[in-house]
Design a protein around this ligand. Structure first.
Ligand code: GAP
Length: 514
């Protein structure tokens, strides 16, 4: 039995349909929904939690438990960590987040909406003249002007680039000209304020007095917890440079414009690994991790056509970064463009040196393999979003199935990541079939997440499983009692074949392991 690998182009998938399926089938709910929700926060339902955990566990397995072999064929050494979300606020001063973790924001005095200045694009006419209006639109995450132009052409049915019209990023426009701009959610010109820097860290107070001295921050990245424990790990784990420390956990950013479902939220999860290496070796490790990370994303079953690398231009590098490449995915809301999924950054020795200076603790490493050379290690950091990976998997797996009689859509998740691995059904609720199906279910549930379903027609039961992304269904029918076999139905092809009852477990093991 084969599963189809051809995927539907992201541009043909509708994000609203995906969000609706996620809600209907318990993948993702808006947070505090009964109170009207809260912008930028989401709750993961039973199936979403299972999908997220499956991706998380696979990352942990591939990074910490069974890391790849290095360029010389030797196993790499990577250890795990789970650091506190709230740290001493001095750590965030040292890391540069208190002073520099800002986004430029623009407010609209008319619509009361707030935008990231670098997400606004302005459509200008060559003959607009000094008093003419320019029209501002919201582009995608890290959209280029060319990309924004493509989207605007589609949205406004104008040909772009055209000799008369061109698109400019708002940040390129002098604030003297802002009075001529018509904001994205208004018809009046001059309602956008000048961009202001806005710090993205959530503040809180530790202890009961809540004075300024008690101010602390929710971490905006898991990475700093790793740098803060670099010395502890070095001193307690018998690791030698090069080695890595990996961490998965929640991060918080008070994003100016959270949007696109769980793509950019204010509370999210990251999977980050800091790879500590000798300064001279950093460029090779950067290339190594770049390739390894792409291999990992492909291991999730993502169509290679929907993934690409994008090198950062010098002017978009974060304050700590010497080189950075993003792994990007073609989301339905960016198609035909791409959006960020993971960043692989060469952080140099920025973080350890900062923490050394601010804490007074030595971060140097004495390299016995290099004549006792002393240096502050350089760091290569593959940093990805776990919740970003969830949206990628949902978008990639989402497949409309208008030709099917049951569900009109399904999730073609790779079996390893599917929340439910198998459905077990009696064809009808009589002639001993429920008994055999129950027995099979009781057996399988000890090893796999399975569901027993005897309600409604077999077609409806298949449809329910297709929507949840369950790869296989096993049906006990009138022949099972005599031939000791069940019908296996494949989600992707809807094809069925007969399988001996005592082979079901091995079959599932094999299909999930692939
Ligand atoms: N330690 C480096 C760092 O945090 P980043 O590019 O800001 O780098 C890494 O974040 C990854 O975390 C991103 O590639 C993305 O997958 C995820 N991420 C960042 N901000 C996010 C947000 N607001 N919502 C969801 N995921 C986010």
């Amino acid at each position: 039995m084969t599963t189809e690998t051809v995927s539907i182009p992201p541009a043909q998938k509708n994000m609203e349909d995906i969000v609706a399926l996620c809600k209907r089938r318990g993948f993702v709910y808006p947070a505090s929904e009964i109170y009207g929700g809260i912008n930028g926060f989401w709750d993961y339902g039973p199936l979403g939690t299972a999908l997220k955990n499956n991706i998380r566990d696979w990352w942990w397995k591939c990074t910490v438990e069974c890391p790849p072999l290095g360029p010389d064929g030797e196993p790499l050494s990577i250890v795990g960590l789970d650091s506190s979300i709230i740290q001493n606020p001095k750590a965030w001063v040292a890391s540069g987040h208190v002073g520099g973790f800002n986004d430029p924001m623009v407010d609209c005095t008319e619509s009361k909406k707030r935008y990231r200045a670098d997400h606004l694009y302005v459509l200008r006419h060559k003959d607009e003249g000094p008093a003419g209006h320019m029209y501002a639109y919201i582009g995608g995450d890290k959209d280029s002007e060319a990309n924004a132009a493509k989207k605007l052409s589609k949205q406004y049915k104008v040909d772009l680039p055209s000799p008369d019209l061109h698109v400019t990023s708002l940040v390129q426009i002098s604030t003297d000209e802002f009075h001529r701009i018509v904001g994205p959610d208004t018809k009046k010109a001059g309602t956008l304020t000048e961009p202001r820097e806005f710090n993205l860290m959530f503040e809180t107070y530790v202890g009961a007095t809540a004075t300024d001295d008690d101010k602390a921050y929710l971490r905006p990245e898991t990475a700093q917890g790793i740098f803060l424990n670099y010395k502890n790990v070095l001193d307690t784990m018998r690791v030698k440079v090069p080695f890595g420390i990996a961490q998965i956990g929640k991060s918080f950013r008070n994003e100016v414009t959270p949007r696109n479902f769980i793509f950019r939220s204010r509370e999210f999860e990251q999977m980050e690994m800091e790879w500590f290496c000798a300064p001279g070796e950093a460029p090779q490790w950067y290339e190594f991790w770049k390739e390894e990370r792409m291999k990992w994303w492909l291991s999730l079953g993502i169509d290679p056509a929907n993934l690409r690398f994008r090198d950062h231009d010098a002017d978009e590098l974060a304050h700590y970064s010497k080189m950075c490449v993003d792994v990007e995915y073609m989301y339905p809301f960016t198609a035909p463009g791409f959006g960020e999924l993971e960043g692989v950054a060469h952080r140099g020795c920025f973080d350890l040196t900062q923490h050394q200076e601010h804490s007074g603790q030595k971060m140097e490493y004495v390299d016995q393999a290099r004549n006792n050379d002393r240096y502050v290690p350089n760091v290569i950091e593959p940093a990805s979003g776990l919740t970003r990976a969830v949206i990628v998997m949902l978008c990639e797996a989402y497949t409309p199935t208008p030709e099917r009689s049951g569900a009109k859509e399904m999730l073609k998740l790779k079996p390893k990541f599917a929340p439910i691995k198998a459905g077990i059904f009696p064809l009808v609720n009589k002639e001993g079939m429920p008994g055999i199906a129950q027995e099979l279910y009781m057996d399988l549930r000890q090893k796999f997440t399975c569901q027993y379903d005897a309600k409604q027609s077999i077609g409806k039961r298949y449809a329910r499983m297709d929507e949840a992304g369950t790869p296989f269904c096993f049906t006990v029918d009138g022949d099972t009692a005599t031939d000791q076999a069940v019908t296996v139905r494949d989600r992707d092809t809807a094809q069925q074949h007969r399988l001996a009852l005592d082979q079901v477990e091995t079959f599932l093991e094999q299909m999930i392991g692939e």
